[in-house]
Structures are given as structure tokens and as C-alpha cells.
Design a protein around this ligand. Structure first.
Ligand SMILES: Cc1cc2nc3c(=O)[nH]c(=O)nc-3n(C[C@H](O)[C@H](O)[C@H](O)COP(=O)(O)OP(=O)(O)OC[C@H]3O[C@@H](n4cnc5c(N)ncnc54)[C@H](O)[C@@H]3O)c2cc1C
Length: 456
């Protein structure tokens, strides 16, 4: 085990993509005077991967890279050699009314029954002209109309977020989605065109061995090296005295903290009275938990399933909202690609949407009903985990709460960044997280603006 220093100028909490992004930039600046405390036993955080005892590899939910940054791409090139990557088209589908419809759903519902097409089109034509949503539910309604909302948008979004859409804001999505083009939809209905979201440029790359976790393991080892202590938690912080207490009882003093743990837990563990208000405020930030269920199978995917990357499931009978055909991402994700394939299921949970005690059995029954597997006898491995913090739900008032927390924390040289450190879903993928770390270093050392943080 690495010796933990008594003092460090920068104390990092967590060794996931956000911290690795910061340390990557620190390496450019030839700055090594920092230390990382990580509760888990490996680099990568939510972007870790696991090998189960039957030889199947699993990510913590389908991880696809949608990089928007040169710096992130360079880091990926460094993480794995060229031959360490496989390239795929992003083929995503919706399973509804016993058939697959290409994503985006709103441009392809013409594959469904006449009644369904009629309802969706009527809903779109009869949308009110108002464009002043109070929350996400209003926004969906104003954008897509009643037919599409009842059929897909409402049930699907509840399954993903595990929160009613009227408790969510709409800012996270409204600036990013193009207004709907009814003439394009009508043309698709007339010509029966499959209007797909993938094409020659919609590709992603995935590690050939070891899942997404391999990227962060390699980068962490290369960059952070031995300036990290695994299986150690930060359990208490005195902001005034600049001392953190660890789960092994040790104390470490710091000049600055860069934290990637959930911001509500961070505010709660700071003992100073001054933090009581933000600790209380951050308690109301909603999150969903995620169950990841890996089903390792004998045989090959059906003709219908083969070639697909991931699929969305809006209907009630299935607990899962998304399934990834994970063996499609790399043949090495299964013990023997000639004999096996694998499906990775994601199920959300929250107090608004509890899950059943027999979740795995329910999932398997739904896989049979959805014709994704032929029989239970095909199953050779069942792997599962529950992530308490899965999705940072964009609740009402979220931005103001986060601003208040940042202001208080930063007044004591404590910076909270990353998927749950900043709690902004729209900038919480691996590339955003990595860049939040990278840009923080440039803000501290070079006085530059952090642009990813507020998506501006
Ligand atoms: C179901 C799911 C699907 C996803 N799909 C995608 C995708 O398709 N594409 C994509 O790019 N991204 C995806 N992501 C997001 C990706 O996982 C995150 O962007 C990334 O892992 C965030 O990195 P982070 O460093 O901010 O936080 P995390 O990965 O959460 O890392 C934080 C680390 O802090 C540690 N920690 C917490 N508390 C303490 C403590 N008290 N002391 C010490 N250490 C502590 C944790 O153990 C953890 O390792 C997905 C995430 C989930 C859950």
C-alpha cells in the first residue's frame, strides 16, 4: 500500500475520469505534488469494468464515447495502442409493439400500426404554440404532442430517470434538441423511409480487451502512478483547518481539495458549521440508482438482434430501459465469441420507482417475451451490481443549488467537479468529466475559464 503523505498541496478525492483528466493536464505542466484517495480498488470510478467468474466482461452500463474534445481524443490514443481499439457504427433502436424501430423514434414511428401513426401525427399537429415550459413534462408535451408523449416520451423517460418529468427541469435538454420537423415525418410516412441516426460519421471506438475500464486503468497507472491510495475513503473534512480524515484514521492536510465524490455527500462530511446550509440544500438534489445486469449466453444473437449496439425499451412489461449487445462491442467481452454472446441490461431505481426483489428473474422473463433470448437454458452467467449514484437527475432548482455549493466550497479552496461532483447530466459523460478536470487545472494554474462546467 502506498504511503499517504501528511500534507499535500492538492488532495484529489476519487480516481475516476475527472481526476484522471486533471492529472493528465498536471503532467503537461510537470506538476507532481498531489495525492489521490480512492474508495475503490481500481482507477475508473463508474467507468470501470469487471470480469465475471464465467469469463464475461461487463461495464457499469453501456459506455459509448461521444468525444467533443481533442484533448480527450489524445488521451484515448495514449491509453490504448491503435490495435487496442475496435470501431463501430452507433446503431440504436427502440423495441416497441413487438418490433424494432430505429432511433430517433419520432422520425420512424411510421413502422407501427395505422392507429399509432394517426395518434402521433395528430398530436404533433395539435401541439399548442406555447413554448414556455415550467418543467420537463411540459417541454416534452409542447415539443412532441400527446400521441408521441403517451406512447414513448413519458414512459421511456420515467423508466430512465425514475423520476416524474414534472419534477425535472428542461434546461438540460431544450438547448440541445432541434425543433421537430413535421414535413420530414410526413415524408417518412409516405415513403416508408428508415430515418436512422447513424451513418458513416456516427461511429464510436471501444477497447478490444477489458471493456471501458481498460482505458482508465492504463491512463491512471501511466499518469498518477503511485500517488494514489486505493481502498481508502475520505470520511471527514475540516474546511477551516484544511485537514481530511481518512477511513483508516489517518489525517492528511491540504492546500486545496479537488473532489469527484457526490457533492451532497461532500457537503455533509465537512464538519464546519458554515456548511450546514449547503449540506441541507444539496440533500434535495435528486439522483437515480442503476442496476446493471449482465446476462452471458450460449449461442449467437438472433438475426433481428445481430449488429445492433443498444436498444431502448419504453414498455411496462420489461424492467430495463436499455440493453446493450455487449458482445457486439468486442469479441473479447465473452469467453468464446464462436459460442457466446452477452446482453447488458440497465434498470433505474428511486423512491419514486422501487424495484422488485426478484428483479433478475423479471428481467429474464422480459427478455424471453421481447424475443431477445430463446430460452433460459441459453444463460450461462448472471452478473449484477447496483450503483447507488447512477444518474444525476436534473431536478428543479438544481443549478442554483450547485452554484451555492460551489461558492461555499470554493471559498475554502475545495472544488467539486465531475458526474456527481457537479451534478449536471448534460456534462457528465466521460469526455466531459475528463475535461472538467483538465480545465480546472488550467483555471488554477493559468487563470483560464472552465468552459465545460457550465456548458458555455
Ligand atoms: C449507467 C451508466 C451509463 C453511462 N454511460 C456512459 C456513456 O455511454 N458514455 C460516457 O462517456 N459516459 C457514460 N457514463 C458516465 C461515466 O461513467 C462518467 O462520466 C464518469 O465515470 C464520471 O467520472 P467521475 O470521475 O466524475 O466520477 P466517478 O466515475 O463517479 O468517480 C468518482 C470516484 O470517487 C470515489 N469516491 C467516492 N467517494 C469517495 C470518498 N469518500 N473517498 C474516496 N473516494 C471516493 C468513487 O469510488 C469513484 O471511483 C455512464 C454512467 C453510468 C452510471
Amino acid at each position: 500500500m502506498e504511503t499517504i503523505p501528511k500534507h499535500t498541496p492538492i488532495l484529489f478525492i476519487g480516481a475516476g475520469p475527472t481526476t484522471i483528466g486533471a492529472c493528465y493536464r498536471l503532467r503537461d505542466l510537470k506538476y507532481e505534488d498531489y495525492f489521490v484517495i480512492e474508495a475503490g480498488d481500481q482507477f475508473g470510478g463508474l467507468s470501470r469494468s469487471y470480469l465475471d467468474d464465467k469469463g464475461f466482461t461487463w461495464d457499469l452500463g453501456g459506455h459509448v464515447q461521444f468525444s467533443h474534445y481533442k484533448e480527450f481524443d489524445n488521451a484515448m490514443d495514449e491509453a490504448l495502442e491503435t490495435e487496442g481499439w475496435l470501431h463501430h457504427q452507433r446503431e440504436s433502436w427502440v423495441w416497441i409493439q413487438d418490433q424494432f424501430v430505429p432511433y430517433p423514434f419520432q422520425y420512424n414511428f411510421h413502422l407501427l400500426s395505422k392507429d399509432t401513426i394517426h395518434n402521433c401525427l395528430e398530436g404533433l399537429k395539435n401541439r399548442s404554440n406555447e413554448r414556455n415550459p415550467n418543467h420537463f413534462k411540459d417541454w416534452l408535451h409542447q415539443q412532441f404532442g400527446k400521441g408521441l408523449c403517451d406512447l414513448f416520451m413519458f414512459p421511456y423517460n420515467f423508466k430512465v430517470w425514475a423520476h416524474p418529468p414534472e419534477l425535472m427541469n428542461h434546461e438540460w435538454i431544450s438547448e440541445r434538441v432541434a425543433t421537430i420537423d413535421i414535413s420530414r415525418i410526413e415524408e417518412n410516412i409516405k415513403t416508408h423511409k428508415l430515418d436512422v441516426s447513424w451513418g458513416p460519421n456516427a461511429t464510436f471506438r471501444f477497447p478490444s480487451v477489458g471493456g471501458t475500464g481498460q482505458i482508465w486503468k492504463n491512463l491512471g497507472k501511466k499518469i498518477i502512478q503511485n500517488r494514489v491510495s486505493f481502498n481508502t475513503k475520505v470520511v471527514n473534512i475540516s474546511a477551516k483547518f484544511k485537514v481530511a480524515t481518512l477511513s483508516n484514521g489517518q489525517q492528511i492536510s491540504f492546500d486545496k481539495i479537488f473532489s469527484t465524490m457526490p457533492i451532497d455527500k461532500l457537503c455533509k462530511m465537512i464538519e464546519d458549521e458554515d456548511f450546514a446550509k449547503v449540506a441541507q440544500q444539496s440533500k434535495s438534489l435528486p439522483h437515480s440508482s442503476t442496476h446493471v445486469i449482465g446476462i452471458g449466453l450460449k449461442g449467437q444473437p438472433s438475426k433481428e438482434l445481430a449488429g445492433k449496439c443498444w436498444m431502448y425499451f419504453p414498455e411496462d412489461h420489461s424492467p430495463y430501459y436499455r440493453i446493450t449487445l455487449f458482445s457486439q462491442y468486442s469479441p473479447k467481452n465473452v469467453p468464446n465469441p464462436d459460442e457466446n454472446f452477452s446482453l447488458m441490461l440497465e434498470v433505474s431505481e428511486s423512491p419514486h420507482k422501487p424495484v422488485s426483489k426478484s428483479l433478475i428473474e423479471e428481467c429474464i422473463n422480459a427478455l424471453l417475451k421481447d424475443k431477445l433470448i430463446e430460452s433460459k437454458e441459453q444463460i450461462v452467467s448472471k452478473w449484477s451490481t447496483r450503483l447507488e449514484y447512477g444518474y444525476p437527475v436534473p431536478g428543479l432548482g438544481r443549478t442554483e443549488i450547485i452554484k451555492d455549493c460551489h461558492e461555499k466550497l470554493q471559498s475554502y479552496d475545495i472544488y467539486s467537479r465531475g458526474r456527481f461532483g457537479h451534478w449536471h447530466y448534460e456534462v457528465s459523460n466521460q469526455d466531459h468529466s475528463f475535461m472538467q478536470g483538465h480545465e480546472w487545472v488550467d483555471m488554477i494554474f493559468n487563470n483560464k475559464k472552465e468552459v465545460t462546467l457550465w456548458n458555455k
